[in-house]
Design a protein around this ligand. Sequence first.
Ligand code: NDP
Length: 320
Amino acid sequence: MVVTSSTTKLKLPEGSKGVLVKNLYLSCDPSIQNRMRKFKVSSYADPFKPGSPIIGYGVAKVLDSGDPNFKEGDLVWGLTSWEQYSIIYGTDTLFKIHHTDVPLSYYTGIVGMPGLSAYVGFYEICSPKKGEYVFVSAASGAVGQLVGQFAKLTGCYVVGSAGSREKVDLLKNKFGFDEAFNYKEKPDLDAALKRYFPEGIDIYFENVGGKMLDAVLKNLRDHARISVCGMISQYNLGQPEGVHNLMNLAWKQARMEGFLVVKHLHVHLKFVEFVLPYIKLGKIVYVEDVAEGLESGPAALVGLFAGRNVGKQVVLLSRE
Ligand code: NDP
């Protein structure tokens, strides 16, 4: 990184149009893994270049700016790099933080990209109605914990799956899910879903894919909606698992629709105005798992794929 230093203050090179930031929090997101391939898997992001820092969402403080949209001292969230300081060019993925009455780390999660994913994927894709039956996988994670709470605010019955007893306990006793189960203890997922949803599922918020998706497809109600946010169980497989029960979409006149949150960033301000009052009133709660120091980042990221994170995984670099 090219920065010149006069006394102790870091400055941009003369004439730079970039934004020089000090990174404060980095977000561990499963999608980072999708950019560690040799080929492009989605329309919006190229594979990382070996030898360059990982690019991901984070929270930062502006130290110097050649971009008129930002000034020294601004707090920002958006795409940055896994390093102490970054120069960010182009401002369509960097946003000023206007509300500082919640912890800054929340902008990597509940009021950042994962929160927006829960909002878009649940409200905009599924159009939930009071009394509907909702199922959420990876339910205690960054996205899932919020989807479950949105479902309860809407007056739905909501069940979550997660990979440990501790997480199941969180779902029921902290996030207010009606029921929750440990999918690792349920070899027969179809039977588990039939037990929790004797009348079937109206809305499935998909975070994991694979066998869970196949079991859900067998338990849909008429006109069910499946919001495909992610399929983390498939990301590390050389060959993705086949899905066998797709015909149920036709039999149940159901709809399955995916989304990319980066295509919905324009809704972020509306989302923040919606969610902040609930957070401040304690009507929506949030659990994050904070790893300290840049050197703890790689293990924290890999831990997502073993379910080691309890809540949103974030890496703290500096509090200010
Ligand atoms: P989480 O905080 O939920 O962390 C990932 C969790 O996935 C782990 O804690 C683990 O929980 C679970 N998991 C890991 N491996 C498996 C597996 N093989 N089978 C089942 N569960 C597994 O992550 P996020 O909330 O950030 O992301 C959730 C999903 O949403 C991901 O698929 C992600 O890619 C996707 N996403 C998509 C976006 C979009 O724009 N479409 C935007 C943001 C996220 P457990 O212990 O319960 O197994």
